[in-house]
Design a protein around this ligand. Sequence first.
Ligand code: ATP
Length: 371
Amino acid sequence: MDFDPKEKFWTRFPPEGTKTTPPHQSVDFRWKDYCPLVFRRLRDLFQVDPAEYMLAICGNDALRELSSPGKSGSFFYLTQDDRFMIKTVKKSEVKVLLRMLPSYYKHVCQYENSLVTRFYGVHCVKPVGGQKIRFIVMGNLFCSEYRIQRRFDLKGSSHGRSTAKPEGEIDETTTLKDLDLNFAFRLQRNWYQELMKQIKRDCEFLEAERIMDYSLLVGVHFRDDNTGEKMGLSPFVLRSGRIDSYQNEKFMRGCRFLEAELQDMDRILAGRKPSIRLGANMPARAERMARRSDFDQYTSGGATHPSHGEMYEVVLYFGVIDILQDYDITKKIEHAYKSLQADPASISAVDPKLYSKRFRDFISRIFIEDG
Ligand code: ATP
């Protein structure tokens, strides 16, 4: 019964306050919680403290509005503590989320490494005499002590998939797209294998729910510190990332990965949550490639035998976002219309099965097992 889409509660918030609601200075409004017991369980599963959550969303700290990153018309806000992202959504998107909620719940319970967006709540606010505003609260993928210096929103399609900005205006806040991607990401073998397994499971879940148009959002932090120095390694070996022999390079890489894992072990021993997990805080190497728009090196096999480009030690953050578009009639029309003008396989609106295949194929080319 908790999953029933009709399971929603309205609370009135009059400005003067009530026994259970605080006084406030805005107009009288009503607040709706959708499937509150399910989301309470989900927050619990994702280890979100109820008090911290309430204070972050409803406390006195202002939310930070992001300059409309998407083209859907949604508004995005970040809480002060950077942990939660609020996105305004259409009624149809709420419907999709509530429809898939039972299987979403099952999926994230079954796979703790799932990369699909972590949903913490769905709500609606209606000021008296005003319009309803529906929004979801989700985990901010880039909540990190590191600066995210590059961000990519990747769908595996090419049509219209580049940022409209000229090179000089691209900065840390720009969301770059498929055709702008100029890196391949090298992951340690066990993480690489885990990623491939999990992406398969996540895509199967989304496909079964007839979802499409989702993206893999990737955030990159470039480590320019000489981590090895702290471990007493010779500065000669460490010199500004340029390592002379293959053996030394392998050794260094091992040290960096090991140090990150050891730091994480310290956290666990101190009773804190591990900070490295699939899609968060992952030590990796980024190898510079030609941009896809310059030369499509990501076609069959290309990225698995890349020419040796510059290599950067990085920390990666990633997850699957924008999972509330189902393949409805609008998409069918969009597909028919767009395919008149472009190669149907290159546009983003293909059916969920094709979408998921193209998405997975792309991911398996941009991530490489670091041997
Ligand atoms: P579009 O229709 O253009 O694909 P949209 O308006 O539906 O976009 P999303 O794709 O959900 O919006 O998100 C747009 C951008 O917002 C992303 O590219 C990313 O930069 C940021 N974003 C969305 N969700 C998250 C998240 N969970 N964590 C961090 N950033 C996010």
